[in-house]
Ligand binder design. Structure first.
Ligand SMILES: Nc1ncnc2c1ncn2[C@@H]1O[C@H](COP(=O)(O)OP(=O)(O)OP(=O)(O)O)[C@@H](O)[C@H]1O
Ligand SMILES: [Mg+2]
Length: 255
């Protein structure tokens, strides 16, 4: 299962949700890979910490290779770095991804990630792809490579407007490149259960027939703490309310 976490709006929780769901997947005994396509590298930093510097290969190396060699190397695991958490690996980001983008676009390398992930899917039970806050080469590559798309949403009116464009982008990608792509759902992040507006927004989205997931994620300072300590919530605070919500989200997605 290859799942992309995407919203072109910044700061809605893509990286936090990617890393935490992947960590739960690994704890549940599935060999899990996080692919970080955002040059900011937030999920890489979160999962690798200082070890990021010692990663011998990364996503930029893969895309750079795809410019110079026609056939993928036999062992795609060479691009992957283990995290300190058992069963959890990362295809690390790099700031070089930003520099490579124009070249990759002009050389039409949009299907290369799909090739890589379909090879890596033989080695991993689950792949989670974190994307940058833009609908760009990397995001499109990810949507082309994925089976499903999970959309974090922060219950704000600007985000709601952006949601319709986002769903159109996903629909267009499905029609043009990847008939297997499905929208897995919209996950409400930093939900304020006591405020009126978020409740109303969620009800309106549901009434419009949008696939809002039942599990909502609360806002908690534990998330910042978890980033700061480079320790996903399931390891840092297994009994915390936010962790339990992530586990519920994982179970809702995995059925
Ligand atoms: N449930 C939560 N509770 C508290 N803080 C949160 C929660 N989810 C995300 N945050 C905080 O919100 C900020 C943005 O989260 P994150 O980096 O995961 O979003 P993003 O969509 O990946 O951002 P970008 O678009 O920049 O890649 C971070 O500071 C993170 O700690
Ligand atoms: Mg991010």
């Amino acid at each position: 299962m290859q799942r992309v976490i995407f919203n072109q709006k910044g700061g809605v929780g893509k990286s936090s949700i990617t890393a935490n769901l992947a960590a739960i997947s690994a704890v549940r005994g599935r060999d899990t890979l996080v692919v970080d396509l955002d040059p900011q590298g937030n999920s890489t930093q979160y999962l690798l910490g200082d070890a990021w510097e010692t990663a011998t290969s990364d996503a930029a190396q893969f895309f750079s290779d795809s410019l110079s060699i026609r056939i993928l190397p036999r062992d795609p695991l060479r691009y992957v770095t283990p995290t300190p958490h058992e069963g959890l690996h990362v295809l690390a980001s790099s700031p070089e991804l930003a520099e490579l983008q124009a070249k990759l676009e002009s050389r039409h390398k949009i299907y290369k990630l799909r090739e890589l992930l379909s090879k890596l899917a033989e080695q991993f039970d689950a792949i989670y792809v974190d994307t940058p806050p833009a609908f760009n080469f990397y995001t499109l590559s990810a949507l082309i490579a994925a089976d499903t798309c999970l959309i974090p949403f922060d219950c704000d009116d600007f985000s709601r407007r952006a949601l319709y464009t986002l769903l159109e982008n996903v629909e267009e990608t499905r029609a043009d490149h990847n008939p297997d792509l499905s929208v897995e759902g919209i996950v409400i992040n930093q939900f304020l259960s006591r405020a009126n507006l978020p409740q109303r927004l969620v009800e309106e989205l549901r009434a419009e027939g949008l696939p809002v997931l039942d599990t909502k994620l609360s806002s908690s300072v534990k998330m910042r703490e978890s980033h700061e300590q480079c320790m996903p919530l399931i390891h840092l605070a297994p009994r915390h309310k936010l962790t339990e919500e992530f586990v519920a989200l994982y179970d809702e997605l995995e059925g």
